[in-house]
Design a binder for this molecule. Structure first.
Ligand code: GLN
Ligand code: ZN
Length: 787
């Protein structure tokens, strides 16, 4: 082993060898959600909410120490958030957009009131826009910047956490989104001048971060964590090489001040992807520790071999993110330890960490008492991951032999998983191996169009995206059925009555292509996970999606197959009630993968293929039962796009391929629709075209049809349904408003290609505004048709 070069700089502090980047903050039983929602309803005071939050933070710190993170030295991160970590940074920077000045005045000095006003809006303000955080299903509130956006350090919340922890005997590490990532995720406000970029204000923002760091040092924080996932993404407004330069500029300033008095030691993290190209340069920055995601990313082999990496890290610690913070599988501890040991043996001061914050996994496997015991033994949620980090840290410090028993136990788990029935199903594999290119293609577009004339679909046909409002009655019936208070017959009867109601309603409104309303679905992925083999569902496996919203991803653990039809009974019942076509409604393979925890023992492409084959059979059965239009939703197609440009082509190839495999068994007469939830698909426009769906609906109302022009320019020749009714707001759009949007679209796309539909999400709305808005939508389509 070479000498540890960090010995040459004895004054550089190091983090304890075990740490994590963050922990779930919603509470084991979603206590924070309940407390916040009670406060919103006026059922509790701000002081009560702050008490609950404080208790939750204290319980989290104590739990992390109990699970093996050292209480001293900054190993325990402060990753609490009332809503979202990007929004927290907005508050800490005092970067409140001018348009919220009234809300700030109303808040009367309460940061929490300002935070909720930004997040949720109020009667006078649209909330900040929300969008997905890197390639996750977590959403953040997009900062709005212009030349005049105020900036003033507001360290109160961060300092309070440090102080609370100290009172508890724990020296914790505050966490903040770093300045470069923060500004790269911001957008120019409506008031910004031509050509303004939020990044233009980087130096000013860095100066405010410096003030925040000074306040933390004064409060006694020995460490601070600054997250810069922008370092791993090729999907940001500036190229990745430029991001690295910006990070160098920002941290030269932030790290350039005296540690201890002007700032805590800095841990700079690069979660969610591969930072190997940047790693040596990050080590040369005046920060005390750098984190690399070594699950999604890799080690820079040549810099490691030629000693450049060790030289760059003299006096800087490297936190090896070897425990996966994105999935729920127990770690291959031996492999993880080997990776970290290579760094250690190269003379780099190495610590063990998670690949990213554990906010993306549920709390504790021990809560899942209903899961099959064998499956459960393979799983690691946040608490188990913390224990794994602690084991690996011990192995790194004391040598492999010290943790041999734990490594052997992890080996046994992996071996058990590999050999368990259902993980590999011979029939499923044989069928997947026999798939040919012909299975992924339908007849030429023109031929299909001709064959589909029999559907008698008018120009500017009106339809919806699938769900109808999920009323309290529906939720109550589902809960009663789950608890066993009503039996299957009673529940089915309830759902049939609901379907009939929704069909009659659509006929009255005058829609052309109907839907059954999805009342039977708790969730568009979980519904299928419960009916497919190879999946399991959890009881308490909640993961924050945004604010107080959480989802419970299913666990895709084995080979996927379809023991029986999943949607046919509901769709064919709906079709039996009406002369108009009813769309069959399925969730596509990519979305099923994206919103589940997926097995990590084979490529995602292979798993997608299995799901696609199950859906292909479902489409066959739907058609057999008299359904002539099938919609396969792929709202997550863009979300799973790798951050790394080098990996995107492969992803687009298999994701599009899986959609085509699912849908290409349909005869020419069958019209295949898809729905994509967003309008920003410039990057993947070829892939959208490649799906080869007969009709694609997209979100467009808020952007006033911005998305239509690029599709037109691209020469997109099949059906398009840009949303004309913004479903995110309870406001009822008038006939004129919707007609205007249809005309904008019709100016760019030939009328025979154009469909008229709302954006997606009717299930979150109430009936009153839904009926009024859809009635106007149908009228708007008629007006434009008549013109
Ligand atoms: N069919 C689904 C619905 O209308 C689509 C939802 C989505 O794409 N997010 O609810
Ligand atoms: Zn959608």
């Amino acid at each position: 082993m070479t000498a540890n070069p960090s010995a040459a700089a004895p004054e550089a502090p190091t983090l304890p060898p075990a740490t994590i980047l963050g922990y779930p903050r919603i509470g084991r039983r979603r206590e924070l959600k309940r407390a916040i929602e009670a406060f919103w309803k006026g059922a509790s005071s701000e002081a009560q909410l702050q008490d609950t939050a404080r208790e939750l933070r204290a319980a989290t710190r104590a739990r992390l120490v109990e699970l093996g993170l050292p209480a001293a030295g900054g190993a325990v991160p402060e990753s609490f958030s009332f809503y979202d970590q990007v929004l927290d940074a907005t508050i800490a920077l005092g970067a409140i957009p001018h348009r919220f000045a009234g809300a700030v005045a109303d808040a009367a000095g309460s940061d929490l009131a300002v935070l909720f006003a930004l997040a949720r809006g109020d009667k006078d303000h649209q909330p900040l826009e929300m969008t997905k955080w890197f390639d996750t299903n977590y959403h953040y509130s997009v900062p709005e910047f212009d030349e005049r956006t105020p900036l003033a350090a507001n360290p109160a919340a961060l300092v309070a956490q440090v102080t609370e922890a100290r009172a508890q005997g724990i020296e914790s590490r505050p966490v903040l989104v770093g300045p470069v990532t923060y500004l790269l995720l911001a957008k120019a406000s409506a008031e910004a001048g031509e050509g303004f970029r939020p990044l233009d204000r980087l130096d000013e923002v860095v100066a405010v971060y410096a003030e925040l760091l000074a306040a933390l040092a004064a409060a006694g924080a020995s460490w601070v964590q600054l997250d810069e996932p922008a370092l791993v993404s090729d999907s940001l407004p500036v190229p990745r090489a430029e991001v690295l330069k910006l990070v160098e500029r920002a941290y030269a300033t932030l790290g350039g001040t005296a540690r201890g008095t002007a700032r805590p030691a800095i841990l700079l993290t690069a979660p969610y992807g591969d930072s190997s190209q940047a790693l040596a340069r990050l080590g040369a920055l005046p920060v005390e520790a750098v984190h690399a995601d070594l699950v999604r990313g890799s080690l820079p082999e040549s810099a490691l071999a030629d000693g450049t990496l060790a030289t760059a890290y003299a006096g800087t610690q490297l936190i090896a993110g070897v425990v996966d913070g994105r999935n729920i599988w127990r770690t291959d501890l031996r492999a993880a330890l080997a990776t970290a040991t290579r760094l250690h043996d190269a003379g780099i001061a190495t610590g063990i960490g998670t690949s990213n914050s554990l906010q993306h996994v549920p709390h504790d496997v021990a809560d899942e008492t209903q899961l099959d015991a064998r499956l459960r033994s393979w799983l690691a949620f946040a608490d188990q991951k913390v224990e794994q980090v602690a084991i690996l840290a011990r192995g790194l410090e004391d040598g492999t032999a010290a943790v041999e028993a734990e490594l052997a136990a992890a080996d046994a788990v992996l071996a058990d998983r590999a050999a368990a029935p259902g993980v590999r199903d011979g029939a499923v594999r044989e069928r997947a191996a026999g798939v040919t290119e012909a299975d992924r293609s339908r007849a030429a577009e023109a031929e299909r169009r001709e064959a589909q004339r029999g559907l008698e679909i008018p120009q500017l046909a009106t339809t919806t995206i699938g769900s109808f409002p999920q009323t309290t009655e529906i939720r109550k019936a589902r809960a009663a059925f789950t608890r066993g208070e009503i039996d299957q017959d009673a529940y089915d009867g309830f759902l049939r009555a609901e379907i009939e109601r929704v069909i009659r309603l659509q006929e009255e409104i005058g829609l052309d292509v109907l839907v059954h309303g999805e009342a039977e679905r708790n969730d568009m992925v979980q519904y299928f996970a419960e009916l497919l083999d190879g999946f399991a569902v959890t009881e308490h496996g909640w993961v924050q999606s945004y604010g107080t919203r959480a989802t419970r991803p299913s666990i895709l653990w084995g080979d996927v197959s379809r023991p029986a039809p999943m949607t046919v009974a509901w769709s064919s019942y709906a079709q039996s009630l009406t002369e108009r076509p009813v769309k069959g409604m399925l969730t596509g393979p990519v979305t099923i993968l994206a919103w589940s925890f997926v097995r990590d023992d084979q490529p995602l492409a292979d798993t997608a293929e299995q799901v696609a084959l199950a859906l292909r059979d479902e489409i066959d059965d739907l058609v057999e039962a008299g359904i002539s239009i099938v919609q396969v939703d792929e709202p997550a197609l863009r979300e799973l796009l790798p951050l790394d440009a080098d990996r995107q082509a492969d992803y687009l190839d298999w994701s599009v391929g899986s959609f085509r495999l699912a849908t290409s068994g349909a005869a020419n007469e069958v019209q295949i629709h898809t729905h994509l939830c967003y309008s920003e698909f410039g990057e993947i426009i070829d892939a959208v075209d490649g799906l080869d769906a007969d009709v694609t609906s997209i979100e467009a109302a808020r952007s006033r049809m911005d998305v239509v022009a690029p599709l037109g320019d691209h020469g997109y020749s099949r059906g398009i349904g840009p949303g004309v009714y913004d479903i995110h707001s309870p406001r009822v759009p008038s006939v004129d408003e919707q007609a205007e949007l249809i005309r904008i679209a019709a100016a760019r796309i030939p009328g025979e290609q154009l469909w008229v539909n709302p954006d997606c999400g009717l299930k979150t709305r109430g009936y009153e505004e839904t009926v009024a808005s859809l009635t106007n939508l149908v009228q708007a389509a008629r007006t434009v048709r008549g013109a």
